[in-house]
Write a protein that binds this ligand. Structure first.
Ligand code: ADP
Ligand code: MG
Ligand code: MG
Length: 245
């Protein structure tokens, strides 16, 4: 069953056609990578899916048309982590993760005991229990990415959208964060859709890939199907081999 389904999605910004009829079907519990050169429309597609950008066409998450849902109901279905989210330096890790309970408000609402328990569970899940009282300004890049994931997890949505989750990280931390996402996918049954600029990492982690170029899908399938040398040369203008054989 598809957790996320998009059909004929079009987005126009400043009278410029950014997405030109995108289709996407993401199986429940799978990891789907959206790839493509800079400016292809990857971030725009994620924003349309999470419902923060107006679009034409159809997008369904868990069988519901997200655009028609109120912010609170939408937040129960889908969690979105933008590329390099702004973290308020003075906020503590525990406060920030609690924000995942009230994403529709954009600020910390009156939290219940359940909210606290869920947020604590998310901290624990991401090995952050010892950091609860730490200010966000005092966290390293890898730690901040874990905090952001903990907040998304606290939201308890079934679908997680990650826009370039590894850009701010060094190589070791990139693997660590993606391993963690993969673990959450299998243990919590999350469906993951992420953009990833590193093609080898995408091949390593994603079950299915969509290659977006100039606002349109040019290929989708497994990494071996999508990431051929010829296609990479054509669309990235680079000679890269993702697979050795
Ligand atoms: P990607 O994430 O694949 O790098 P984006 O989705 O960020 O691409 O952007 C796709 C295209 O849309 C780019 O050409 C970008 O300049 C343009 N774009 C993005 N946001 C806006 C906006 N608010 N107004 C006009 N054009 C935009
Ligand atoms: Mg970009
Ligand atoms: Mg982008």
């Amino acid at each position: 069953m598809s957790a996320v389904k998009a059909a004929g999605v079009r987005v126009t910004l400043d009278r410029k056609s950014i997405l030109r009829g995108v289709d996407l079907a993401v199986a429940s519990g799978s990891w789907h990578a959206v790839l493509g050169p800079n400016g292809a429309g990857k971030s725009t597609l994620l924003k349309a899916i999470v419902g923060i950008l107006p679009y034409q066409g159809e997008i369904q998450v868990g069988g519901e048309a997200v655009a028609k849902l109120a912010a609170k109901a939408r937040a129960r279905l889908i969690a979105y982590v933008p590329q390099q989210p702004q973290l308020p330096a003075d906020m503590t890790v525990a406060e920030y993760v609690l924000l995942g309970r009230t994403p529709h408000l954009g600020y910390l609402g009156v939290e219940s005991r359940t909210d606290r328990a869920v947020a604590d569970g998310a901290l624990e899940r991401l090995d952050l229990a010892g950091f609860a009282g730490r200010r966000l300004g005092a966290m390293s890049g890898g730690e901040r990415q874990r905090v952001v994931l903990a907040r998304a997890l606290a939201q308890q949505a079934g679908v997680l959208l990650l826009d370039e989750p590894t850009t701010a990280l060094d190589l070791g931390h990139q693997q660590q964060v993606l391993d963690l996402v993969d673990e959450l996918r299998s243990t919590e049954g999350l469906t993951v859709i992420s953009t990833l600029h590193d093609l080898s990492l995408a091949a390593q982690y994603a079950d299915d890939l969509t290659l977006l170029v100039d606002g349109a899908v040019v290929a989708h399938g497994t990494a071996r199907e999508v990431l051929t040398e010829q296609r990479i040369a054509e669309h990235y203008g680079a000679r890269v081999r993702v697979f050795d054989d």
